[in-house]
Design a protein around this ligand. Structure first.
Ligand SMILES: Cc1cc2nc3c(=O)[nH]c(=O)nc-3n(C[C@H](O)[C@H](O)[C@H](O)COP(=O)(O)OP(=O)(O)OC[C@H]3O[C@@H](n4cnc5c(N)ncnc54)[C@H](O)[C@@H]3O)c2cc1C
Length: 414
């Protein structure tokens, strides 16, 4: 049994549920608190890619030159709610300062550590439980209009290859052989083996939550409003349903995490990179693997009973509702690729990627409260990196050192 008695985990997305399950395995009593329940946030609607080799952040060299043109185009996957610009500026300056080759290399290493064995990490969580059926090992395909498009991405492919990820280039014929559904749609592609897919992210996290409850865990549906401390030690969590006492507190509240940290004096710059999905229910298209449409930066994934197209980065904060233009763009893109696309209905969703300026997650104890742990900031890759993060947090909390250098993820690094 662990010496830690009771831990509160705030946020029941993929990171919080993974943390709660690993803590349970170490003998810790865990209460998960979420204002809506399991998988209510960004973990519900993502593209479902277990993107082990996604080790190239958005902030690549040259972004600063390209971004203004993208913002004004309406056909590019970058949007801004202009009224939000003044609030965004401090984050944006920091974010863009990482768009250089040295930082991108360093960030890539940090991301690889969290994600390289993602399928194994998911299996370690879910094997033998009802959640296992949602995990599918397989390829991740990056599709390009032509070979020139692929060559323009040389920087990113070099980084993936330097970090040990394998791939196979496919010309148009090889791609048609690989997945007849993509025949004639793209001129060039890259197949990345040893990746995977979650066939229904919301159901999957819910099923993992079910395992947590079956093992004696408690879920409290309430809004966390504060964390009470005494001499730098957290004593309790204040919620809309009352106070809950704890030995340890973990903040895994996704894009909402920095607000809770700020209450403890920890300033962690974060922004929500808003993203969207459009689902085509009972679509007449069924893809063999997750496919990233590289020129338009969105992922297509055949999930249980539907084709989900997900992507877009929109800066606009946490409070505004969905915008029309990104959803229309995703629909237009899907119809351009599949002119004969048929389906029963569509479903649309807005989610908030929890993003830090340097694209690395924040994992570790807060300086101002040593029994409060951060586990958030996985930006575009939280489904991929959530299970490893949960494992590391459980090790740290129970006094077992993870076999990895945690400094890239330190909460006080900014
Ligand atoms: C369009 C899109 C596509 C994506 N595709 C992929 C992909 O293919 N692969 C991948 O790896 N990642 C992908 N991502 C990113 C991924 O979804 C996120 O990184 C991940 O879901 C973050 O998980 P989380 O547990 O940190 O946060 P969340 O899932 O957002 O969970 C946070 C939880 O905290 C709760 N909460 C917040 N504040 C409070 C509070 N004060 N009190 C109580 N509860 C609170 C919320 O209700 C929520 O349930 C995508 C994201 C988007 C938007």
């Amino acid at each position: 049994m662990s010496k830690v008695d009771h831990t509160i985990v705030i946020g029941a997305g993929i990171v919080g549920v993974s943390t709660a399950l690993w803590l349970q395995r170490s003998g810790v009593r865990v209460t998960l608190v979420d204002r809506e329940g399991f998988a209510a946030g960004t973990s519900y609607g993502n593209a479902g890619v277990l993107a082990a080799s996604a080790v190239v952040p958005v902030t690549v060299p040259g972004l600063l030159k390209k971004a203004p043109g993208m913002l004004f185009s309406g056909n590019e996957p970058l949007f801004l709610r202009w009224s939000y610009l003044p609030q965004l500026l401090p984050f944006l300056f920091k974010y863009l300062s990482y768009a250089n080759a040295d930082d991108v290399k360093r960030i890539g290493k940090g991301l690889a550590e969290v994600m390289y064995d993602t399928v194994d990490q998911h299996m370690a969580l879910a094997k033998g439980t009802p959640a296992e059926r949602f995990i599918r090992a397989g390829d991740y395909v990056h599709a390009y209009d032509n070979k020139h498009g692929f060559e323009k991405d040389a920087f990113a492919w070099r980084q993936r290859r330097d970090l040990g990820f394998e791939d196979e280039e496919l010309d148009q014929d090889a791609l048609a052989n690989y997945d007849p559904e993509l025949a004639g749609k793209f001129g060039y592609a890259v197949r990345c083996p040893n990746h995977g897919q979650i066939t229904d992210p919301g159901e999957y996290v819910g099923a993992l939550g079910g395992v947590f409850l079956d093992q004696g865990g408690q879920l409290v549906v309430a809004d966390v409003t504060n964390i009470t401390t005494e001499n730098g030690i957290a004593k309790a969590v204040e919620t809309s349903e009352g106070q809950i006492e704890a030995d340890q507190v973990v903040i895994t509240s996704g894009a909402w995490s920095s607000m809770l940290c700020a209450k403890l004096g920890a300033k962690i710059p974060m922004e929500a990179e808003r993203g969207y999905h459009v689902e085509f229910v009972n679509a007449n298209v069924s893809l063999r693997s997750n496919t990233m449409v590289s020129s338009k930066k969105f992922a297509m994934n055949s999930m249980d009973g539907r084709l989900r197209c997900a992507g877009i980065v929109e800066f606009g904060g946490l409070d505004a509702g969905p915008s029309k233009a990104p959803i229309e763009l995703l629909k237009r893109n899907a119809h351009e690729i599949f002119p004969n696309l048929e389906y029963d209905s569509t479903r649309e969703w807005l989610g908030h990627r929890p993003s830090t300026p340097d694209s690395l997650p924040v994992i570790g104890a807060l300086k101002n409260a040593s029994n409060v742990w951060a586990g958030f900031g996985h930006q575009h890759l939280g489904l991929t990196g959530g299970p490893k993060t949960g494992r590391w947090l459980a090790q740290l909390i129970t006094g077992e050192k993870p076999n990895v250098d945690m400094t890239p993820y330190a909460p006080d690094r900014f």
